[in-house]
Design a protein around this ligand. Structure first.
Ligand SMILES: [Fe+2]
Length: 743
């Protein structure tokens, strides 16, 4: 949906409209990721770091805005150019909302900037099954409104950086870490948004003649092309490769990058260059896209669905081919790297293996890392990038022979390189609490690592330790370098598995799906049954399970309701529900005694819930800032949620309007208030008020009284298992409230 009244006139910005260096285009590149420690030579290292962070923040916002400035028609912001992604209006706003969401949830910001914007634009880096990509559900704001919002966020974050507590080195729990998180997140989207823009009609983008001199310099594409180069195999010695970023590393990292792993590599051979368009063209002309035997099962599924016949950014032009870049289309540059998804790269390798009789495959993460050891610098210390990366050379690919790095070309830069390694955490992985949906949802065997960075990989993305992963059918500025390798290291993965290792998620899986303990009936099931008891049969259309966790009560409610939406703040929890709803199994281990464990497997079929899956949908969301689409319910169940919220009263206010008159609101809670979750001044009860004790129940009644009548109150016990002989036994206070007014 698009608001009316959008201007279609091209806009231009002058390069010197403001004084600070970050508003001048020439000050935007090259990027240098800030070091976490201070400069001992600085007179005041803390003040200097603060200024460095401020400048890095503004440069990041500015370069992202410069990318969006390339769009000449506001209407183009509302078209979904990539069917697996939101329209670009989302990605224009999303990085700004990210700063606010993280700073607010981390309690660094006292208030939101625009709750509606921050709910609508919160999630969407990857096409998770629970991402809501249905545009009908979004009443997108105007481009001008997003621009104004971005300005406001810049002002607030700038003020925050100027005054935030800052100690060096910056640690993961400090405010500056959240700022770096927001910045590096925006730089990821600089890359993903530019990939989407390569799918926009060229008419929607400004022509070169409409760009300022500074813009032309920033977005300058390579103009050199040549014939298909030979691509010889180069021997690589084996040995031990150490993976993982150290805790005391001097640069910012995402949670999945930390930890330690050692891999012993057998000798292998790797192609000197990335596979060029010319090399890939031979596969296309040999009928590679029509030969199913060359494709994995997943690849065949993708081919059948998309009917692809060639890489996405190629276009057939009579007898020849053309390639779409960011701002232009050129005759297919045969010596530039081909850009394909992982499935296409795998098919090419299978074809090459058949042609040559060699074990041609994609490299593993460790094999790429062993090539990377040939470059002894990294982005914070290099004078100029050794490859086409960091926007230091071109805003496009370039010949694969242009940047020689030791025995190879383009180990770093040009386009990303697919590996055959699905991303998994290193030993010692710990999720970052403020961004728990960054890595964990990708540990599913379906997301392969990409390495080396592209021409537009800036900031943290351009570091050797960067570890990004995408679904194998996804398009980025990515190609590949094949290896010849006959080892069987198990890094090839097809299909999907979900083996849950996250201790907290495991505990909830056991709570929701494990066997009953101490003779206490399954709690989510008992809560659903209690809720249903008070709701007439003609009021069972839509239910919301808010704080649904791993989803048992959502499925249980679906026994009676036409549709049930499960919403949880954490993607880590939701993915278990999603997997079960898709008919999959979830496996986990529970502690029995000491280091001993028991394995468990869950499926809806075993629970007798297979036929309800089609009525259930899971979404990520903040209970205190629910998206507007969550409304019109006959029942809302808030299971053990109100004492885990940052602002329970705000939630209660908000949820009232989402329940239909005559509908039910069911609250279960053991009233365990913890300042870790809820600041004390926000507790509904469990504290003294004017010297008198105030219970949680009294606080709840006071909050709900004007709009609800209390229908029923009861106790329901629950048990959380620690080992086979140790359990936490709690009693939930269960209250059933009916919304006043006639249905
Ligand atoms: Fe994002």
């Amino acid at each position: 949906m698009m608001p009316a009244g959008h201007s279609a006139a091209p806009r231009s910005r002058s390069d010197d409209e403001a004084a600070p260096p970050w508003s001048s285009i020439t000050g935007l590149v090259p990027t240098r990721t800030p070091l976490l420690d201070g400069d001992p030579a600085a007179a005041d290292p803390v003040a200097a770091k603060r200024e460095e962070l401020r400048a890095y923040f503004h440069r990041t916002c500015e370069i992202d805005e410069r990318l969006f400035d390339l769009i000449r028609n506001d209407t183009a912001y509302y078209v979904r150019h990539e069917p697996l992604r939101h329209p670009l209006i989302f990605y224009f706003a999303h990085p700004a909302t990210f700063y606010v969401n993280k700073l607010f949830v981390g309690r660094w910001f006292p208030a939101r900037v625009d709750p509606r914007m921050e709910a609508m634009m919160a999630v969407g880096v990857d096409e998770m099954s629970w991402d809501d990509l249905d545009s009908a559900h979004y009443d997108w704001p105007s481009v001008a409104a997003v621009r104004a919002y971005r300005r406001e966020v810049r002002k607030r974050v700038d003020a925050f950086i100027r005054t935030m507590p800052l100690e060096l080195p910056i640690r993961q729990d400090s405010a500056a870490w959240v700022i770096l998180m927001g910045i590096e997140h925006e730089r990821i989207h600089l890359e993903t948004s530019s990939a989407i823009m390569r799918q926009m009609p060229l008419d929607d983008l400004r022509r070169e003649s409409e760009l300022s001199a500074g813009e032309r310099e920033l977005w300058r594409a390579c103009t050199v092309t040549g014939p298909r180069p030979d691509n010889p195999w180069v021997d690589v010695a084996g040995g031990v490769v150490r993976l993982g970023k150290r805790d005391d590393d001097r640069t910012y990292g995402w949670d999945n990058e930390y930890g330690r792993e050692e891999v012993r590599l057998a000798p292998f051979r790797a192609a000197r260059q990335l596979v060029s368009n010319g090399e890939y063209l031979e596969f296309v002309e040999a009928g590679g896209y029509r030969d199913e035997t060359l494709w994995t099962e997943e690849g065949r599924g993708w081919l059948g669905y998309t009917r692809a016949e060639h890489p996405r950014w190629w276009r057939r032009d009579g007898a020849g081919w053309r390639q779409r870049n960011l701002l232009d289309e050129i005759g297919l540059p045969l010596d530039w790297p081909v850009e394909v998804n992982c499935l296409e790269a795998q098919a090419w390798c299978a074809w090459k293996a058949r042609e040559t009789g060699l074990d041609v495959r994609l490299p593993t993460e460790a094999q790429w890392q062993s090539l990377r050891r040939g470059i002894d610098t990294d982005q914070p210390t290099w004078d100029r990038a050794p490859g086409n990366v960091n926007l230091e050379w071109f805003a496009s690919g370039c010949p694969v022979t242009r940047f020689v790095q030791g025995d190879f070309c383009d180990v770093v830069g040009n386009v990303w390189q697919w590996t055959r390694t699905p991303i998994m955490p290193f030993k010692g992985f710990e999720v970052h609490p403020l961004y728990d949906d960054f890595s964990v949802p990708t540990f599913d065997g379906r997301h392969n690592l990409i390495k080396g960075g592209s021409w537009i990989s800036t900031g943290n993305e351009a570091l050797a330790s960067a570890r990004y992963a995408f679904r194998r059918h996804f398009y980025q500025h990515a190609g590949f370098r094949p290896v010849v390798d006959s080892s069987t290291d198990g890094a090839d993965t097809e299909g999907s598995r979900l083996y849950e290792t996250d201790a907290l998620v495991t505990q909830y899986l056991e709570f929701h799906y494990g066997p009953e303990a101490l003779g206490v009936p399954n709690f989510p099931r008992a809560c659903a049954a209690e809720a249903i008891r008070h709701l007439p049969a003609d009021r069972r259309r839509r239910a919301l399970d808010i704080g649904c966790s791993v989803g048992r009560s959502t499925f249980e409610l679906a026994r009676w309701f036409e549709t049930v939406e499960g919403v949880d703040f954490s993607a880590r929890f939701i993915q278990s529900g999603v997997r079960l709803g898709q008919g999959g199994e979830v496996h986990y281990e529970v502690s029995t005694e000491g280091e001993l464990t028991t394995k468990r497997g869950v499926s809806l079929e075993r629970l007798g819930l297979s036929d309800v899956a089609g009525r259930v949908a899971f979404t990520q969301g903040d209970a205190c800032n629910l998206k507007p689409i969550h409304t019109g319910y006959d029942l809302v169940l808030a299971g053990n949620l109100v004492d885990r919220l940052y602002d329970p009263s705000l939630f209660l206010d908000l949820i009232t309007g989402r329940i239909l008159p005559g509908g039910l609101f069911v609250v279960t809670t053991p009233w365990t208030w913890l300042e870790e979750y809820t600041p004390k001044d926000k507790w509904l009860g469990g504290r003294r008020e004017h010297g008198e004790p105030l219970s949680g129940f009294e606080g709840l009644r006071r909050a709900l009284d004007p709009a609800f009548e209390l229908v029923h109150r009861t106790d329901i016990p629950f048990v959380i298992r620690e080992t086979s002989r140790k359990h936490q036994h709690s009693i939930a206070d269960v209250t059933v409230w009916r919304r006043r007014g006639s249905p």
